[in-house]
Design a protein. Structure first.
Length: 217
């Protein structure tokens, strides 16, 4: 009855419960029955009315997790008061300092033990974030002279992959010191492309997020 009258509320409830369980137990160790047990009386049919499988729930959870981030990326991409280089710096600064990051790193799983979540992150990074948000900024930077490269597509993928994957403590179980050093090297790499956009404040923020992650493992 509830899902017929308020389907959006039912979907939201399913995603909220699934997110908590995926974070706590891992995707592979969370069953549909685990989700049902925390839905307050909703039936298995209520889940399958909205989602065909657990994997489909995972994809919806991943979309929900990235929607706010993508809005932030789009807002910075569309600004008219910054050149391309400054937009890239704004993206990294804003991404690290979003309040939701503290919550995410508090409940985050070891992504290496959650291969489907990790693959979803990789797929979103390559198929969405790089071409739709980073690449347009790089092309703008080429036009306004703040970025120099003959390979904008490849540079967009490299920047977002290193930023989202290699420096991510949730993937490599980095200690705060390791996370700090990685972000320093990331900044040095970007300087090699003429992009002096990573400062010490960002490196210290990554160190703090890694400490939050390690504390709550």
């Amino acid at each position: 009855m509830a899902r017929n009258k308020h389907p959006e509320e039912t979907v939201q409830l399913i995603l909220d419960v699934a997110f908590r369980l995926f974070m706590k137990k891992g995707y592979e160790h969370t069953s549909i029955q685990d989700i049902i047990n925390q839905l307050g009386g909703l039936s298995k049919g209520a889940i399958y009315h909205h989602f065909k499988s657990k994997e489909e729930i995972l994809l919806a959870v991943s979309d929900k997790m990235t929607s706010d981030s993508n809005k932030m990326l789009a807002d910075i991409r569309n600004r008219t008061d910054l050149n391309g280089k400054d937009k890239l710096k704004a993206i990294f600064k804003e991404s690290l300092n979003r309040p939701v990051q503290d919550e995410l790193f508090t409940v985050a799983p070891d992504l290496c033990r959650n291969p489907k979540l990790l693959f979803s992150l990789l797929q979103e990074t390559i198929e969405d974030a790089a071409p739709n948000y980073i690449l347009p900024i790089i092309k703008q930077g080429i036009s306004d002279g703040s970025i120099q490269t003959d390979y904008p597509d490849e540079l967009a993928e490299l920047i977002i992959l290193v930023g989202n994957i290699w420096t991510n403590p949730m993937i490599f179980n980095s200690t705060p010191d390791e996370a700090y050093r990685k972000f320093i090297v990331f900044g040095q790499m970007l300087k090699g492309f003429g992009l002096d956009i990573v400062d010490n404040e960002m490196s210290e923020r990554m160190c703090k997020l890694a400490a939050i992650y390690q504390k709550n493992r």
